[in-house]
Design a protein around this ligand. Structure first.
Ligand SMILES: Cc1cc2nc3c(=O)[nH]c(=O)nc-3n(C[C@H](O)[C@H](O)[C@H](O)COP(=O)(O)O)c2cc1C
Length: 217
């Protein structure tokens, strides 16, 4: 499949088959993530892969800390977002909610519990950047993550980026022995999608080109 079709096909997956992802495939995907461009080739991204018992141990800790702190997904902005932008999020909820309602679990609980357990993905990837880098280098890490998501898709694997758990970065670092000077920027669930699951049976919308592109001629 060419890269444009891989981009069109990719979507976040929130239910996975109980099927092992080979170490070679995981390494291929991370190798592709490492092929991303970065400012003066600094390559500020770092990836920690967890699966099996280590991943389960991490999930236990995340669930425990989440039960105490109850962080939920939000835009994280200081001021309310303009209607036009918050409507994008509402649009996603509109396609998600009818599917999640089939699961007999409140929507927020599904997202929070699901995020803390990487939605059952057999592999959880933790994305790190050393704190010595300026915040601008988040951009480079984001590019690398995009490469990772697309490389996974190209291999028939699925992913879900999970930002919610960054609130529990210190807990993640404690469980996985990640040094203090690293910042947890994101987690990514990786595995084979359960195509029959209602929670995977929707696609979020995007703005038309005219909303994101300005020409000066
Ligand atoms: C940085 C980032 C953080 C995200 N955090 C979460 C999360 O914590 N939980 C979740 O279920 N989805 C999370 N997502 C997935 C988004 O909800 C999803 O990308 C968005 O709704 C667009 O849908 P799509 O990925 O299927 O195209 C995150 C995505 C990104 C890029």
């Amino acid at each position: 499949m060419d890269v444009q079709n891989i981009m069109k096909q990719r979507k976040s997956v929130r239910n996975y088959l109980d099927k092992i992802v080979s170490r070679a495939d995981i390494e291929d995907v991370i190798r592709c993530a490492g092929a991303a461009p970065s400012a003066i080739n600094l390559q500020p991204w770092e990836y920690v892969v967890t699966y099996g018992e280590e991943k389960d141990r991490l999930i236990r800790r995340l669930k425990k800390v989440h039960a105490m702190k109850h962080v939920s997904c939000g835009p994280g902005t200081k001021a309310p977002l303009p209607e036009k932008i918050s409507n994008r999020s509402r649009g996603a909820l509109k396609v998600m909610e009818p599917q999640i309602s089939k699961l007999d679990i409140p929507f927020n609980q599904f997202i929070e519990q699901g995020s803390c357990s990487f939605y059952g993905a057999p592999v959880a990837i933790i994305v790190l950047m050393d704190k010595l880098f300026p915040k601008l280098r988040y951009l480079d890490v984001g590019l690398s993550v995009s490469y990772l998501l697309l490389a996974a898709e190209g291999k028939g694997l699925s992913t879900c980026p999970i930002g919610l758990i960054t609130e529990y970065g210190d807990d993640i670092k404690a469980v996985l022995n990640i040094p203090e000077e690293k910042e947890v920027l994101l987690a990514i669930g990786l595995g084979y999608a359960d195509e029959t699951a209602p929670e995977n049976d929707f696609r979020t919308d995007r703005e038309p080109l005219k909303e994101i592109l300005t020409w000066y001629e």
